[in-house]
Design a protein around this ligand. Structure first.
Ligand code: NAP
Ligand code: ZN
Ligand code: ZN
Length: 347
């Protein structure tokens, strides 16, 4: 039998979110029913609610930074038990048989993963995300949240954490490596903490020095303003790796010049507008431009365990559900410190 649960949804593109209810599927043999306690607000939620990435499915219940407690398990579930502290990120299923799925890269599934919301599930029904009180998810797409991590500050790790951990690991971040993080918002502040915990020398490249004190406190060795042209002159040829977390188009050519020979700029930000790149700016120094999308399920678990071991959590502003629309405006104004998290008891 399906269950009706309270949720916050956008009824149409660009419309404010409002309280409503959605149906959750009956708990199948391999499903886990999760009582959602906290859910983060990712900038991707806002892009999709505004149809900034193209046509979307409405009503839309966003939310893919889900932390909660297992309330019920199907008869065949082996990975999770009632009472466990668990998380769900951007995916709730994938084809499971393609090379990427078999390699633990479910996020790059050949058939495209079933996204946590704004997608159609294998049952043919639209998926609804975590701005809600309960969700039913296949056990293989649910991860354990270690005891050392508070559920509220762990929730953002399910997207912001894995999205930055995966490229940091892929590009061998560690002692002796110089990493720059462009944009000090939700992804950016977690990237700084993770890169610092991995032992790299970390520089934040932010629009201004407004958040400098926080940046240095949270693990950055240097904090520079991109609004100051001297930043680009003085840091030319400095970095092994640049992670771009900016949600808007960027002048990539200016950043490529900050890379060392063989350095890489990994793009994580997904702006709504196309970006023009002067390719000549890449050719010197064998520099590369790369991309990365969230991370696989096993790597998400590895990231959470790493965060527990190193005390990495998100800096959050806990809000009530009726504050979501105001929070969206603040995110759009780069006025987030540093992730809004919804207390789902207020939905
Ligand atoms: P966020 O909290 O809004 O942070 C973005 C930061 O970018 C802002 O805090 C700001 O930092 C900077 N910024 C914003 N507008 C700017 C502009 N016009 N020029 C220069 N800098 C600007 O967003 P988020 O949740 O971290 O997400 C960031 C982007 O990553 C979004 O586009 C999101 O969709 C995307 N994303 C991608 C993945 C993936 O798998 N690749 C996963 C999650 C999110 P400063 O104030 O420090 O300048
Ligand atoms: Zn996200
Ligand atoms: Zn697949």
């Amino acid at each position: 039998m399906t269950t009706t649960v309270a949720a916050y949804a956008a009824p149409a593109a660009k419309a404010p979110l409002e309280r409503t209810t959605v149906e959750r599927r009956a708990v199948g043999p391999h499903d886990v029913l999760i009582d959602i306690k906290f859910v983060g607000i990712c900038h991707s939620d806002i892009h999709q609610v505004r149809e900034g990435w193209g046509e979307a499915i409405f009503p839309m219940v966003p939310g893919h930074e889900i932390a909660g407690i297992v309330a019920e398990v199907g008869a065949g579930v082996t990975e999770h038990r009632v009472g466990d502290r668990v998380g769900v990120g951007c995916m709730v299923d994938s084809c499971r048989v393609c090379d990427n799925c078999k390699a633990g890269l479910e996020q790059y599934c050949d058939q495209v993963p079933v996204w946590t919301y704004n997608a159609v599930g294998k049952d043919g029904q639209p998926t609804y995300g975590g701005y809600s009180q309960r969700v039913v998810v296949d056990e293989n797409y649910v991860v354990r949240i270690p005891e050392a991590l508070g559920l509220d500050v762990a929730a953002p790790l399910l997207c912001a954490g894995i999205t930055t951990y995966s490229p940091l690991r892929h590009w061998n971040t560690g002692p002796g490596r110089k990493v720059a993080v462009v944009g000090f918002g939700g992804l950016g502040h977690v990237a700084v903490k993770l890169a610092h915990a991995l032992g790299a020398e970390v520089t934040v490249l932010s629009q201004s020095l407004r958040k400098q004190e926080d940046g240095l406190r949270l693990g950055a060795d240097h904090y520079r303003a991109t609004g100051d042209p001297a930043t680009f002159e003085e840091l030319a040829g400095s970095f092994d790796l640049i992670l771009n977390t900016v949600s808007a188009p960027l002048d990539f050519a200016a950043y490529f010049k900050l890379l060392r020979t063989d350095g890489a700029m990994v793009n994580l930000g997904l702006p709504e507008e196309p970006v023009q790149i002067e390719l000549r700016s890449l050719s010197g120094g064998r520099r590369s431009l790369s991309s990365s999308g969230i991370g696989g399920i096993a790597e998400t678990q590895e990231m959470l365990d790493f965060c527990a071991e190193h005390g990495v959590v998100a800096e959050i502003e806990l809000i009530r559900a009726d504050e979501i629309n105001d929070a969206y405006e603040r995110v759009l104004a780069s006025d987030v410190r540093y992730r809004f998290v919804i207390d789902t008891a207020t939905i």
